[in-house]
Design a protein around this ligand. Sequence first.
Ligand code: ZN
Length: 296
Amino acid sequence: MQRPLPDQFVPGDKMQKRTIAKGISLRGIGLHTGEEVQIRIMPEPSGRGISFYRVDYPEKVWIPGNLKEVKSTSYATTIGSNGTRISTVEHLMSALYGLGVDSALVEVKGPEIPIMDGSALEFGEAIQEAGLRSIGKERRYLKILKELTVEDGQSSITVRPFEGFRVHYTIEFQHPLINRQELELDIDEESFLRLISPARTFGFLNEVYSLRKAGLAKGGSLENAVVLDHKRVLNPEGLRFSDEFVRHKILDFVGDISLLSLPVKGFFMVKRSGHTLNHRFLKELIAKRDHWEVCG
Ligand code: ZN
């Protein structure tokens, strides 16, 4: 899965806030409902960040894609306002952030973002094909000034000051194909698209049974997740990378970081985390006003 950025990718001026150069339409299955969902990603030139519209209601409901609107982090990230929810936003948010899109409006005809192939590749390729354009406003960053660690049992996240966006991620699963996987990466448009966006979400067969029993993951299949039984991958095509699992965890982490609504300068060391600890960490970071600054 080594895909170079095509010649036509227009990244725009990185010193300025960027939106997509033209609209994108995508459709796919919702992971939890199993129903087809349609989305449209539109340019947003006023620079108010990534936000979502539920357009299947008579009155459109606008939901900003930021930390304040997160309503649930079990299995997927759900955002909402005034009782309206949009679920499974994390892979799309990750692709927008990873490819440097500061502002865009996502119209959703349904309760969740389609799962596509379980990765962010189709979102990333669509954004890449659309290209980016500057919106004439200075790009601001959230810059880490002091180290911070948040822990929960054997899981932890530490961030240190760093002039870039670097993630070191470690996962540990008692499974012969996973065990311990570690990856450190400087994340930019190219590394995100090639090394992170193709990594699919994964689950274990026994979990799939209990999710189905609970009426969840109705749209889940080998078409949109890597599924493991106790010793092997059930997908006939196998893995896209031998460490696809840790790469997907980085994809999810980037999606959660994007809820800060600003590109971040910092080095994140993440161990055995998931959406719930990621969100707790982000809330603690934002509350510690002397640990960061917003700068150009
Ligand atoms: Zn995920």
